[in-house]
Design a protein. Structure first.
Length: 49
């Protein structure tokens, strides 16, 4: 599991596994402001799932 800035939060082995990590909601909000990827979405191109 990797943060938007590349920081590794948790790693899994080679087999099937479940990983968990604590996330900072304030860091999430900061990344969303600095990397506005949602504003570049093009639903007209890929349609609804």
């Amino acid at each position: 599991m990797v943060e938007a800035d590349g920081e590794v939060l948790a790693e899994a082995g080679s087999g099937q596994t479940v990983i968990c990590a604590d996330i900072s909601l304030s860091r999430r909000d900061l990344f969303r402001r600095e990397i506005p990827c949602f504003s570049h979405r093009r639903p007209d191109v890929y349609g609804r799932w």
